[in-house]
Write a protein that binds this ligand. Structure first.
Ligand SMILES: Cc1cc2nc3c(=O)[nH]c(=O)nc-3n(C[C@H](O)[C@H](O)[C@H](O)COP(=O)(O)OP(=O)(O)OC[C@H]3O[C@@H](n4cnc5c(N)ncnc54)[C@H](O)[C@@H]3O)c2cc1C
Length: 391
């Protein structure tokens, strides 16, 4: 069986790693950027304990490499901007192992290392054709501007992210739902005077800062703020350092030391900020009569509230890889993944209540310490099948 994988991102790299030694499978990947290149390199991310469990069970070498280059994500607190604590847990209460905190570039580097030679880099998918045998023939534009084909594939796997060209070529544009929340992210390269370590969130009304330290003395900060309407744009007046700082001033008194430190970082790093709007799109697992499989963001871009984007791409890549390497079908992958992904998407959307304009962030955060939220968090972080639980 000849399998082509579009995108050497999180899911794409992992599925190629699982398939490169599978009997009866010939796998080849195609990636838009140059070898050693990456996108979003400037930011950091937190990967959930459930992704680490999926790696431990399905790709133990990748698990150990990522542990070695990251910081553990062990705790999660939520404060109001004056420092009042409203939520505080150790992840060991609800998970089998810590998550990780690391730079994007490092995540890509570690996942691509074993599969670099299985990818053609600077190959951007631009179109899709079919050969006489009914196999799909992807068409690429190379870095040199040439149009190239690499023959027909029995199965094409989309690992090309949120704006998937393979999904566009097979399903067309998706209905995107916006949630009335603007977001920004930045990396502080020198955070030696940062007054906190692990993952924290700080609220003023529904405006939220989220931050944690990264390896190499850096820190990651993400801000979110309400827009005027659910599908409202981020306006020029929102995109100023002064406006963003002011969103996190308490009504009375001074902000706590952590918030004051983050507010200080916004202005000097303002030009590096990455802006986005909170959005969801529907789950799509396959297309073209079972000849295309979607993994990661191409299948199920989700709200970032519980840090599950890359985390679910890791679950997808490892589990789909195990199933395909054993000769399993797309239906087997759907059975193993779709209900799980639907739960994660719904839980991530429900957990976003506190950043939606008009809700009570303090009360909503306190409620998350209750048994209902904690049980869902445990399910999120531990309900990951191992190879023996699959076909
Ligand atoms: C700034 C930022 C911060 C984030 N923080 C977190 C976080 O803390 N935790 C978390 O779990 N998630 C986070 N996410 C979400 C996470 O980035 C995604 O969910 C995750 O990267 C999806 O993985 P993927 O493998 O589906 O796609 P990606 O990792 O996006 O990889 C897609 C790959 O496909 C390639 N590609 C794209 N188009 C083509 C084409 N036409 N032809 C060939 N190749 C192509 C790209 O170059 C890329 O290498 C964050 C996202 C952003 C933007």
């Amino acid at each position: 069986m000849r399998i082509g994988v579009i995108g050497a991102g999180v899911a794409g790299s992992l599925v190629v790693d699982a398939l490169r030694k599978a009997p009866g499978v010939s796998v080849k990947g195609f990636e838009r950027v140059a070898r050693g290149g990456h996108e979003e390199a400037g930011t950091g991310l937190n990967v959930g304990p459930n992704a680490m469990k999926a790696l431990r069970l399905h790709a133990p070498e990748a698990h150990d490499r990522l542990r070695a280059v990251s910081l553990p994500w062990e705790s999660w607190f939520i404060d109001m901007v004056d420092g009042t604590r409203v939520f505080d847990i150790q992840l060991s209460q609800v998970a089998e192992e810590p998550g990780i905190r690391l730079a994007w570039a490092e995540l890509y580097r570690q996942l691509r290392t074993p599969v670099n030679d299985h990818f053609a880099f600077q190959h951007t998918l631009v179109a899709l054709e079919e050969d006489a045998a009914g196999r799909l023939v992807p068409v690429f534009k190379t870095g040199a501007g040439e149009t190239v084909r690499d023959g027909g594939f029995d199965l094409l796997i989309a690992g090309d992210g949120r704006y998937s060209a393979l999904r566009m070529a097979t399903i067309g544009p998706l209905e995107v739902e916006f949630m009335g929340v603007g977001m920004w992210r930045l990396l502080v390269p020198d955070a030696s005077d940062c007054p906190y370590q692990d993952y924290g969130q700080w609220f003023h009304r529904n405006n939220r800062l989220l931050s944690y330290r990264l390896p190499g003395g850096a820190a990651y900060i993400a801000g979110s703020f309400g827009l005027e309407t659910p599908d409202g744009e981020i306006l020029p007046e929102h995109r100023t350092a002064q406006y963003q700082r002011s969103l996190f001033d308490p009504d009375e008194g001074a902000p706590c030391a952590a918030v004051a430190w983050m507010q200080k970082q916004i202005e000097p790093l303002f030009d590096d900020i990455h802006w986005a709007r909170l959005q969801v799109s529907p789950l799509e697992r396959e297309a073209a009569n079972g000849r295309v499989l979607f993994l990661g963001d191409s299948a199920h871009a989700m709200v970032p509230t519980l840090g599950q984007g890359a985390t679910q791409a890791i679950e997808d890549g490892t589990i789909a890889g195990t199933i395909l390497a054993r000769g399993g079908s797309l239906a087997d992958i759907g059975k193993a993944r779709n209900e799980r992904v639907s739960f994660v998407r719904q839980f991530s959307a429900d957990a976003s209540d506190t950043i939606l304009p008009g809700t009570d962030a303090a009360e909503g955060s306190r409620e998350k310490m209750g048994p209902a939220f904690m049980a869902k968090l445990r399910r999120l972080y531990t309900d990951v099948p191992g190879p023996d639980d699959l076909i």
